[in-house]
Write a protein that binds this ligand. Structure first.
Ligand code: ADP
Ligand code: ZN
Length: 729
């Protein structure tokens, strides 16, 4: 037999998602097993999930080696995915068992296949053929007798489930039981797409050619919002389907998926598989299986979709590639954009990084010729970028605790008169960031974190944005006990909405902030309402910056353009530049050029000036030059080390000890800074201390860090996390 099959009784090494630091030896069960097979193995008194990772090591007492309990009914994990997990783990310094956890987050993997009801064309004739009933029958005929779940069929036909049920009673539709994990409807890449414009079709041609090459390659697809990036990369998806491979599209927000699914359906005639936290357990299990069998051609998902067991992945699109939500900030600390490139390189796939405002890393990789670059220069349908102007807040006459300047007010007023929409943008959730006592000056903080509690007026509570703890709004000061002196200081979106309601009493307002929507569905409903023009003024956080099309929106007012520039973060300039350009891009359409107004106290700041002038390449070049001069990424490498302990002193002790014993780092020319309190020094009652390692570009950073940290003994009370390529510090 081949070396990927283990006969009954032979030794196999099984990797489990349990926190053990090695692959364990077992005996192959009756019937043998394949390399990569999903299995259940005994571990102490329990049975746990595992994957056959290779031959056993044979370094255990043979009489103590136990047998694999059973082989699960799932396609074995392919070599490509196993190597990807190993390499991604080595890059992020994450234990392999923890990487495996990312790839086995699927419910019911060990359950036997279960059945579900499907509906298909029956023999009987309905007594009365209403319009709705005809649509159901037409749909079933159109799909050549395929069966659907009740919901699928009702959705496809645009009827309520009761219509289908009615037809079933009369035998015109047949109910049948089939295995739950049914394949997805086939997507048709040859349905006509939109007629592309000149540079769109040139870009689509390049991507199609790249896909056909069957080799690895990464392309930056750059173009302002509305320039047709999505149309273009859907053509790359089409080509991938034509050559019989699978495609994955990563989106930064679940809120964007429904709009995207509708577009996929319009282009390919059916919906793709979805993979994100909003997908039900049953659907997840089905998607996971179908993806492994190659019966799901296209997957749309969040960053975790990168770890799905594709059978033959030919294309990964990372939409809004600069988005910080691609960085997983808990557990395995990985950046999905970088891991997409890694996975694609292992499976000879193409990567498309789409963005209006690429990350500096991606921009620099394109400059250096490591990535190809395609530019879409115009907005589709001649829509032009908005005019951008600063409002110098030093010259505006505003009372205390008010933030909408007279200049902005009059521009908003004009839009309302013309029946257009205005957006007021402030990247801060809640009502007020600070609640303080006017008698003693004390601010209300979280009991578990070194963070202020943020007032959320709609919830009538104070909320900690670090740990989620809430408290009622105090009437008396928790510090000095004086009654009636508590005051809200500074603005959040809720407070801007209150101000807007005061200034524009007749306008219809809507607030878009992630915490105000219990579900993706509620958010989607609100977004649709706005898109249909039922709102006059939108007040929003970062949530509005991303990809939604609001056709009547012609004015964007940024309440505090300086907000992101405070602090010393490496990416402060880059982030502010990206965010301001994205938000501004919401304004305007073909017939009416939009206007973006930035309220700022420092209109001469270089970043604000770059935003206003629109000289993007100039901004990137200046930012790149500064990073290069200081050896910062992408011209040097960084790693963050976070020590967490119950006692601040314990965290500092370990930090200090690490900083002193830095020989392994010095050997590769790296420097260590710190220990210093982490930006939020206490979260959920744990104290956090940070060290920063800075290394030259080509240095073997991970190996050096591994040697450096090897002697450290951690425990439940004293934890250590390594963050390679931290997003911020
Ligand atoms: P981006 O992804 O760059 O923001 P989209 O692909 O979403 O841009 O395009 C913006 C809007 O313009 C969408 O509604 C899209 O359907 C439309 N559009 C773009 N290109 C074309 C085209 N060639 N023909 C028709 N509609 C187009
Ligand atoms: Zn807290």
């Amino acid at each position: 037999m081949s070396d990927s099959y283990f006969e009954e009784g032979s030794l196999v090494g099984v990797l489990t998602p349990e926190p053990l630091d090695r692959v364990l030896d077992y005996r192959a069960p009756e019937g043998g097993c394949w390399l990569g097979a999903f299995v259940e193995v005994p571990l102490g008194p329990r049975r746990v999930l595992g994957v056959v990772w290779g031959p056993g090591r044979g370094d255990w007492d043979p009489s103590k080696v136990r047998a694999v309990s059973r082989v699960l009914d799932a396609a074995p994990m392919r070599e490509e995915l196993r190597v990807f997990l190993e390499r991604a783990g080595a890059y992020t310094l994450t234990p392999l068992s923890q990487m495996l956890r990312l790839a086995t987050r699927v419910p019911g993997l060990s359950d036997p296949p279960s059945m579900r009801k499907i509906y298909r064309l029956g023999q009987g004739a309905p007594d009365r053929l209403t319009d709705a009933r005809r649509r159901v029958i037409d749909t079933l005929v159109e799909y050549g007798g395929l069966g659907f779940t009740l919901k699928e069929l009702a959705d496809l036909a645009g009827v309520t489930p009761s219509v289908v049920k009615g037809l079933a009673q009369q035998g015109a539709v047949e109910e049948a039981d089939t295995p739950r994990d049914a394949p997805f409807l086939p997507l048709d890449p040859d349905l006509p797409g939109k007629a592309l414009t000149g540079d769109q079709s040139a870009a689509a041609d390049s991507l199609r050619q790249a896909v056909r090459s069957g080799r690895y390659g990464t392309t930056l697809l750059k173009g302002v919002t509305g320039s047709g990036k999505t149309e273009v990369y859907l053509e790359a998806v089409a080509e991938t389907l034509r050559v019989g491979r699978q495609a994955l599209v990563l989106l930064p927000e679940i809120a964007l998926t429904s709009e995207f699914l509708t577009r996929v359906e319009a282009r390919f005639g059916a919906r793709p598989a979805e993979w994100h936290s909003g997908v039900t357990m049953t659907e997840r299990r089905r998607a996971w299986k179908m993806i492994g069998q190659g019966d799901a051609q296209l997957v749309v998902g969040a960053r975790s979709a990168l770890f799905l067991p594709f059978r033959d992945l030919g294309l990964i699109v990372v939409d809004e590639e600069h988005d910080s939500s691609y960085k997983q900030e808990e557990g395995a600390l990985y950046n999905a954009r970088d891991m997409a490139v890694l996975r694609a390189s292992l499976t000879s796939a193409q990567v498309v990084l789409a963005s209006a405002t690429p990350s500096l890393e991606t921009w620099a990789n394109a400059e250096a010729g490591k990535y190809a670059r395609l530019d879409l220069t115009a907005r589709f349908g001649e829509a032009v970028l908005p005019e951008m102007r600063a409002i110098d807040m030093r010259a505006e006459d505003l009372p205390g605790q008010a933030w909408i300047s007279p200049t902005l007010q009059s521009e908003v007023g004009r839009r309302l008169q013309q029946g257009e929409q205005a957006l007021l943008f402030l990247n801060r959730r809640g009502y007020a960031p600070v609640t303080l006592c006017r008698a003693c000056g004390a601010q209300v903080g979280c009991d578990h974190c070194d963070a202020r509690m943020v007032e959320h007026r709609f919830q009538k509570r104070l909320v900690c944005h670090q740990c989620g703890e809430t408290k009622p709004l105090p009437t008396a000061c928790p510090a000095c006990g004086v009654e009636g002196k508590m005051a809200a200081v500074g603005p959040g979106v809720e407070r801007i909405a209150e101000e807007a309601a005061r200034v524009f009493p007749d306008a219809k307002l809507a607030i878009l902030s992630s915490d105000l929507f219990g579900s993706a569905r509620a958010l989607k409903a609100q977004i649709e309402e706005i898109a249909q023009g039922e709102t006059d003024i939108i007040i929003g956080t970062q949530l509005v910056a991303k990809g939604h099309n609001f056709p009547r929106l012609t004015l964007v007012g940024v309440i505090d353009a300086d907000l992101g520039l405070q602090g010393s973060d490496l990416r402060a300039a880059e982030r502010t530049f990206q965010l301001m350009r994205q938000v501004s891009g919401r304004a305007g359409r073909a017939e009416a050029r939009g206007l973006a107004l930035l309220q700022t106290f420092q209109p001469e700041h270089p970043v604000i000036r770059a935003i206003l002038s629109g000289d993007e390449e100039g901004f990137w070049r200046a930012e790149a030059a500064e990073r290069e001069a200081t050896g910062m990424p992408p011209y040097g490498r960084l790693a963050g080390i976070i020590v967490t302990a119950d006692e601040a002193a314990a965290a500092f002790d370990l930090g200090t000890q690490l900083a002193r014993n830095d020989a392994p780092l010095r050997e590769i020319g790296a420097l260590v800074y710190g220990p210093a309190p982490a930006p939020i020094a206490r979260v959920r009652g744990k104290h956090r201390v940070r060290l920063l390692v800075k290394a030259p570009k080509g240095a073997p950073l991970q190996a050096a860090i591994a040697r450096w940290l090897a002697p450290v003994r951690t425990s439940a009370k004293l934890r250590l996390a390594v963050d390679i390529d931290p997003q911020s510090f």
